[in-house]
Design a protein around this ligand. Structure first.
Ligand code: GLN
Length: 196
């Protein structure tokens, strides 16, 4: 089984550890370059992307993470984690950087004040069965994707789940529901990558 880490600089780390355990793998927290080097795959949690970006620089993780993503490490980002995996942010805070991984442009806090948090059923390509319960909390949406990125889900006409190669990103938070099918999809991606 792949060794999966959860980037533990800021955000809903514990919820991802629990969801990964339910999906059948033991995950561990990753804060430092040595810890990153010891995992096969990584989850970037939801939280606040500006804070995660700042702390990644502070912890010397920005370049090591970019390098691992470039090298094809399986990565899954939810919400703020999706933003961290975007090639471009439409409205970045000054100094805000990303790890990259998906050729897409994201818009932060895109669903607006009225709907800052809401739930909606979302059909996700690659997740069999019923639509998943999408929990959106000040969520980004994806403005546009490049040719290499596959759109896995939309909500209200906006892209909310994308995959490019080994990199998966959702605007919403499956780790906050009891449904671990999206995590299971990511575990399958990670398993395929390590046994190749
Ligand atoms: N709005 C946050 C950001 O821009 C993301 C919110 C979340 O992860 N729930 O980083």
């Amino acid at each position: 089984a792949p060794v999966i880490g959860v980037l533990a600089l800021q955000g809903d780390v514990r919820e991802h550890l629990t969801a990964l355990a339910a999906a059948g793998v033991t995950a561990r927290t990753v804060r430092r370059p040595e810890e990153l080097a010891a995992v096969d795959a990584l989850v970037v949690p939801g939280g606040e992307s500006t804070t995660i970006s700042k702390l990644a620089v502070l912890f010397g993780m920005m370049e090591p993470l970019r390098a691992r993503v470039r090298d094809g490490m399986p990565v899954y980002g939810t919400c703020a984690g999706m933003i961290m995996l975007a090639g471009r942010i439409l409205d970045p805070r000054s100094g805000q950087e990303t790890f990259g991984g998906i050729d897409m442009t994201v818009r932060r806090n895109a669903f607006g004040r009225q709907n800052e948090s809401f739930e909606a059923a979302v059909a996700v390509k690659g997740v069999p069965g019923e639509p998943v319960e999408g929990v959106f909390i000040r969520a980004p949406w994806v403005e546009s994707v490049g040719a290499g990125a596959e759109v896995l889900a939309e909500h209200g006409g906006h892209i909310v789940a994308v995959r490019q190669g080994n990199v998966l990103a959702t605007s919403f938070h499956p780790e906050l529901t009891g449904d671990h099918r999206v995590h299971a999809l990511f575990v399958a991606m990670a398993t395929a990558a390590v046994t190749r």
